[in-house]
Design a protein around this ligand. Structure first.
Ligand code: ROI
Length: 163
């Protein structure tokens, strides 16, 4: 059994509804249990500023799946939400589900980099992570709580509880 942390983000097509629906689908992934969920946060876009504000959250999953099997499940949920995967790496999206951490694993696969490359730079990932797991350490030994306290919050705020 592994403990995976997944980042959720949306800034199109009713982001609050997108995140809530995605959480419901996360809780139904095979051989996987949704073990924790952060609040829902409002965040300013990182990257191009000519796009709507985001909603972000982080979920903890206990899973028997391998990292790539979990990635397949997350991409299936993104696709169901109508996500189009193309040239919009820094642009608006209906739903983004990112594996942030997978146990203490370091993964450098063509399809998957874990820890997520942006983790240490993103307030909308660090603060929700610290909310649910303040004692968490990255594989490189850094403390999530310390990172979350040192980063510019860039207007990030809690919007509501998710459960
Ligand atoms: N900005 C915010 N605030 N939240 C996101 O989830 C997010 N996702 C992205 C980019 C475009 C980098 N900006 C984001 O992929």
């Amino acid at each position: 059994m592994a403990l995976a942390y997944v980042g959720l983000g949306s800034n199109l097509s009713d982001p609050e509804k997108q995140i809530k629906h995605a959480v419901a689908l996360l809780s139904h992934i095979k051989n996987t249990k949704l073990s924790d969920l952060s609040s829902l946060y409002f965040s300013r876009p990182m990257g191009p500023q000519d796009q709507p504000d985001y909603m972000n959250a982080v979920a903890a999953l206990q899973t028997e799946l391998s990292p790539l099997e979990l990635l397949d499940e997350l991409q299936a949920i993104e696709n169901k939400a109508g996500r189009v995967r193309k040239d919009n790496r820094w642009g608006a999206r209906i739903l983004d589900l990112d594996i942030l951490l997978f146990d203490n694993d370091i993964i450098n696969h063509q399809r998957l980099t874990v820890p997520h490359y942006g983790l240490e730079l993103r307030e909308f990932v660090l603060l929700p992570l610290a909310e649910i797991s303040p004692e968490l350490m990255l594989p490189n030994g850094k403390s999530i709580l310390a990172l979350s306290q040192d980063i510019d919050t860039n207007g990030l705020k809690v919007h509501s509880k998710l459960r």
